[in-house]
Design a protein around this ligand. Structure first.
Ligand SMILES: Nc1nc2c(c(CN[C@H]3C=C[C@H](O)[C@@H]3O)cn2[C@@H]2O[C@H](COP(=O)(O)O)[C@@H](O)[C@H]2O)c(=O)[nH]1
Length: 341
């Protein structure tokens, strides 16, 4: 049986058949113009991954690659039922929420001498140990702790069996192809198989596999084993923050019915029509923004030191969403509880 459509093919197909989510051409252009002003800045460059984020590893070695692997293996579902009651983790004198609470917990564990990034440890780590490692400073635990424990055990065992316990060996098997690495990850690690159905077709988003490739590229600074010749074939990562910020910026629109549902805080199940439309149209929207931005850069005759791709646009928009949380209060994010994003 042939595999699912690629994420990019899936997104195009979904956007062409979507009923409750649509892409706004004028909004796409306005976002591209916003990004044009940033094109030469530090945010839209590979170096921003370390320079702008103190919790990310500074190094570009095997330990840093294994840090990225465990972080992206657990990189899902941080949203809380009520915004004012959520998991928080203090580290290095700062308090972190959401995705950053996971990174802070990983770094806190390492500081406590717990080898959380070593497969030989997390392949057999117990549920109680995971609860301790991911403990919150509030009375609200990180969501899906049991799933995180199961996935750590499963992933650690596979990494030991197939890649001598180091994700760098998996990276080296990809022979510097981002696509090959993404497929090695989804073929070998079940929790990364972000695949579903839409209008009778099997489609893929591979959100965590794509962000894992992107973060591996970033932590290795695009050099050596991380010098992927096809890195620009990786698309944005279909999570629950990018749709929110794309609607906020006017590039994406929800139907009245869907908006009402989201404002009420109703859950959307993974793989449901509206959830797939939100993720697929967001992905396609960022592809269109990238095309428009590259056109504007061309017209402006701006010389770019490094190629702008969907990864760098995604990182920028995700950070933008973080920094504009208050402005985005009126725009709901969609609530899907799953292990894929
Ligand atoms: N599209 C996209 N989704 C991303 C990321 C990240 C963090 N990664 C990079 C960011 C800085 C470093 O450079 C990391 O490399 C997390 N997420 C997703 O967001 C959600 C968590 O959101 P909140 O509840 O607000 O923390 C959850 O689904 C999580 O999976 C990204 O970059 N893009």
């Amino acid at each position: 049986m042939d595999g699912p459509l690629t994420p990019r093919e899936s997104a195009k197909f979904i956007a062409e058949n979507s009923r409750d989510v649509s892409i706004d051409g004028g909004g796409v252009r306005r976002v591209a113009e916003l990004l044009l002003a940033k094109a030469a800045g530090p945010e839209l460059r590979l170096g921003g991954w370390k320079a702008l984020h103190e919790l990310n590893p500074r190094a570009a070695d095997e330990a840093a690659v294994n840090w990225v692997f465990v972080a992206d293996t657990l990189n899902f579902s941080f949203w809380s039922e009520r915004e004012e009651r959520k998991c928080l983790v203090g580290f290095g004198g700062r308090t972190y929420s959401g995705y950053w609470s996971l990174c802070a917990a990983i770094n806190r564990a390492l500081d406590e001498g717990i080898p959380i990034t070593s497969a030989s440890y997390y392949a057999t780590v117990s549920l109680d140990q995971v609860r301790h490692i991911l403990r919150s400073d509030t009375d609200v635990p990180m969501p899906l702790i049991e799933e995180r424990h199961r996935i750590l055990n499963e992933t650690g065992k596979i990494l030991l069996e197939k890649f001598e316990g180091s994700f760098l060996n998996c990276v080296r098997k990809s022979e510097k192809s981002a696509q090959k690495l993404m497929h090695l990850v989804v073929e070998n690690f079940p929790s990364y198989r972000d695949v579903t159905e839409f209008e009778g077709k099997r489609i893929s988003f591979y959100k965590r596999a794509q962000i894992l490739v992107a973060d591996t590229w970033s932590v290795l600074e695009g050099e050596g084993d991380g010098c992927f010749k096809d890195i620009s074939s990786i698309t944005m990562f279909a999570d629950y923050r990018l749709p929110q910020v794309l609607v906020h910026l006017g590039a994406l629109k929800y139907s009245e019915e869907l908006l009402e549902k989201l404002l009420k805080g109703e859950m959307l199940s993974y793989g449901s029509r509206q959830e797939v439309e939100i993720r697929g149209c967001s992905l396609w929207c960022v592809e269109l923004i990238r095309d428009c931005l590259l056109e504007l850069i061309e017209k402006k005759g701006e010389k770019m030191s490094e190629e702008i791709n969907s990864i760098l646009l995604d990182y920028y928009l995700w950070d933008y969403a973080r920094d504009h949380r208050d402005d985005m209060k009126g725009i709901p994010f969609h609530r899907t509880r799953c292990i894929y994003y």
